[in-house]
Every structure is written in C-alpha cells, then in structure tokens.
Design a protein around this ligand. Structure first.
Ligand code: BT5
Length: 248
C-alpha cells in the first residue's frame, strides 16, 4: 500500500480530519498524523487524551468488506500494533484486550477507533482506522481520574523511542496484514489475534453504558470479531458491542 502522509503539529482529531479527506475522495493509504490532538476521541465520543509525545494517527482504507464485519479492522489494527510494539521493545508483555485496547500489565497503552462510511448501496465506501499509542507521553498530562489505568511505553520500558520509528513499524506490519486480509480473508489475522490477546479463557463481565449485562467465560471470537461468552448455566452469547472487564 502506498502511504501518503499528512503531518500536522496539532489537529482536533486525526480521525475527523481523515474522514473529511476520505469524503473528498482521497486514496487508500492516506495517513493523517498529529503531534497533539485537542479533540481526540474514542468510542461513543469519549475523550482521548492526546498530549505531545504520543503517536496519534488515522489511516484511510477502502477495503472490500461487508459492513457486518467492520470489527475485523479493529482486530487487524490490534494485531499490527501489538506485534510492532513487542518487536520494538523486545517484550512479550503487551496484549490485546477485546475489543480495542492494547495493555501492558493491565494498563492501557493504545486505543483503536475504526469508523466507516457506507455508500447509497450500503457498501463500505471507506474505513478510518484511528490509532493512539502512548509512546513518550508524560503521565502528568493525563487526567487524574484515569491516570491509574494508563501507561506510556517510555515509563514502562525506561527508554524513549521516536514516535515516527514506532509509526513506521506499525504501518509496515499493518500493510502486510491488510494485503493478506484482502487476499485470503481474516483467518490468519484471527489466529494471530488469539495468540496475542489476554481475554480468551478469562471470566469477563460485559458492560454496556457502565451496566453489567452479561457475565461468563470468554470462549472465542468469531469471524466478525464478536466475543463468544459462556455463562455458568451453559448459555452462550455473542457480543459485538460494549466492553468488558476481566477478572484476573
Ligand atoms: C479508544 O476508545 O480506546 C479509542 C481511542 C482512539 C484514539 C485515536 S488517536 C488517533 C485517532 N484520532 C482520534 O480522535 N481518535 C483516534 P475507548 O475504547 O472508547 O476508550 C476511551 C477511554 O480510554 C477513555 O474514556 C479513557 O478512560 C481512556 N483514555 C483516554 N485517553 C487515554 C490515553 N491517552 N491512554 C490510555 N487510555 C486513555
């Protein structure tokens, strides 16, 4: 994939900027990077703290997929980021937590936000893959109420690696996985996701709007990226929304 970099000192949100470019017809591979975001956001418009020192970027993709499997984009991004960080920092301590978090010792070091647009025929027109990685952020810049659940790679590993170096590695792995996905389907990515996650096999609580709506053992993820959970009474249910807390 040819990468076309749009680099900015500051943007409200790289996802929003990339959405505008995609709407205007920019090619796949357009990459929007900001050194700082003033309106970075997560799912359901939750605030994403984006101080200087972090890697905040969004990639425009035009995959040939059904809208029902949009969550595959998040699986793909999760695998690419986790593999890249493990290679760069020479560690096995980085894991994917379903659906869109990358954790180090249970603290969030990266979040992923995939947003799509459908055309008039309900076909996927483009996907914005937004990725935020706390590479060298100063944790004093993170709001007090979430500080305890956030980590930066600089603090975890005691070394400062240039954000651009991390970006190059993530994009390199991501491009390879993306091509493979478009050629042979999600199977190889699913397999890698299963090797890199810290969710399957654990007892989890599914929350929707902070309400626990289901609880049980995480068994697997299906092709569309939904989490399959078995309750103690044997009932099995799939979730493709919400988030989970994991009992260690
Ligand atoms: C996410 O949402 O985890 C997706 C975050 C995606 C951010 C990227 S940065 C580039 C691109 N441009 C954007 O505007 N967004 C994308 P969610 O699962 O909803 O988690 C949001 C929650 O993570 C917040 O409510 C906080 O609790 C926590 N959080 C906020 N800032 C954080 C940070 N820097 N590091 C770790 N956790 C954070």
């Amino acid at each position: 994939m040819e990468i076309l970099l749009h680099e900015h000192e500051v943007l409200a949100s790289t996802n929003e900027y990339a959405l505008d470019l995609a709407k205007a017809g920019c090619p796949e591979g357009t990459l929007v990077l900001a050194h700082r975001q003033t309106g970075g956001h997560g799912r359901m418009r939750r605030v994403w703290s984006s101080p200087v020192g972090g890697l905040w970027f969004s990639l425009v993709l035009r995959p040939k997929i059904r809208p029902q499997v949009i969550a595959q984009v998040t699986l793909l991004a999760g695998v690419a980021v986790t593999q890249a960080l493990r290679e760069i920092y020479l560690t096995d301590d980085i894991y994917i937590k379903w659906p869109n978090d990358i954790l180090i010792h249970n603290k969030k070091v990266c979040g992923i936000l995939a947003e799509m647009s459908l055309d008039e025929f309900q076909k996927v027109e483009y996907v914005i893959m937004g990725i935020g990685i706390n590479v060298n952020i100063d944790k004093n810049e993170i709001p007090k109420n979430i500080k305890h659940q956030v980590q930066s790679l600089k603090d975890e590993y005691g070394i400062r690696i240039d954000e651009k170096e991390v970006l190059v590695k993530v994009i390199e792995i991501l491009s390879r996985l993306y091509m493979q996905w478009q050629e042979v389907g999600i199977e190889p990515v699913l397999k890698k996701w299963c090797d890199l996650n810290c969710t399957l096999g654990k007892h989890v609580k599914v929350k929707d709007n902070d309400q626990v709506i289901y609880e049980g053992q995480a068994l697997s993820i299906d092709e569309a990226g939904a989490l399959v959970i078995r309750r103690d009474d044997g009932t099995i249910q799939k979730f493709n929304f919400g988030e989970i807390s994991i009992r260690e």
